[in-house]
Design a protein around this ligand. Structure first.
Ligand code: PGA
Length: 239
């Protein structure tokens, strides 16, 4: 819930202006719902894609205040974030709800940026792997190998989001490896090797290079640092 319309357009304008072709292969910006259409227009024919931060469980109908995956497609989105930790903790979205959203988004033709991650308490009590496995299997357990072409996984330790605390590259790598192995066990080695696993949680222009240098870290989901075009572009060039 950041940016006014003017701030969003200024930000995206600076991004477009700053692009020099040396950025990561795929760049997606995810502004708030009301700015999707104007930001999409501002992106024009650039390679930057646009996604939303959430979508509804249902496809259409009397669900006041909700925005469906189908509506996002019609607003020009190619992607949507599903299962962000703030949706889980502040809005009570459980694994079952997130699985439904993921299915709805894939069936609507969107790429899903599917977020998972443990709280500090879960990590400290030794439940990290159980939590991550539950989050993964509940949403991806019924996905076909084809579905993975529309899935990007984002590992975001809850204790690192917006806190300035970053997982060390080694801590992140360990969990990314675990995630890739888990994906292999519920799909195939080819799918597991091909799926992108992003790191998110206080990733910034200074620490991005060391985080992205890990073998199982394929990119980043950037929150606070994405609100400054120069920082976001530096991160996009850090891979
Ligand atoms: P942060 O946010 O980069 O500010 O920690 C990440 C996120 O909200 O997903």
């Amino acid at each position: 819930m950041n940016t006014t319309i003017n701030e969003a357009l200024e930000l995206v304008g600076a991004l477009v202006e700053g692009l020099d072709g040396s950025e990561v292969a795929q760049l997606i910006v995810c502004p708030p719902f009301p700015w999707l259409t104007p930001v999409s227009a501002a992106l024009g024919n650039t390679s930057i894609e646009i996604g939303a931060q959430n979508c509804a469980v249902e496809n259409k109908g009397a669900f006041t205040g909700e925005v469906s995956a189908q509506m996002l497609v019609s607003a020009g989105c190619t992607a949507v974030i599903v299962g962000h930790s703030e949706r889980r903790s502040l809005y009570g979205e459980d694994n079952q709800t997130i699985a439904k959203k993921l299915r709805m988004a894939i069936d609507s033709g969107l790429t899903v940026i599917f977020c998972i991650g443990e709280t500090l308490e879960e990590r400290q009590s030794g439940r990290l792997e159980t939590i991550i496995a539950d989050q993964l299997i509940s949403a991806l357990g019924n996905c076909s190998n084809d579905d993975y072409q529309s899935i990007i996984i984002a590992y975001e330790p809850v204790w690192a989001i917006g806190t300035g605390l970053t997982a060390t590259p080694e801590q992140a790598q360990e969990v990314h490896k675990f995630i890739r192995n888990k994906v292999e066990s519920i799909s195939s080695a080819d799918v597991a090797n091909a799926v992108s696993i992003l790191y998110g949680g206080s990733c910034n222009a200074t620490n991005a290079t060391s985080i992205f240098s890990q073998p199982d870290i394929d990119g980043g989901l950037i929150g606070g640092a994405s609100l400054k075009a120069a920082d976001f572009l530096t991160i996009a060039r850090s891979f």
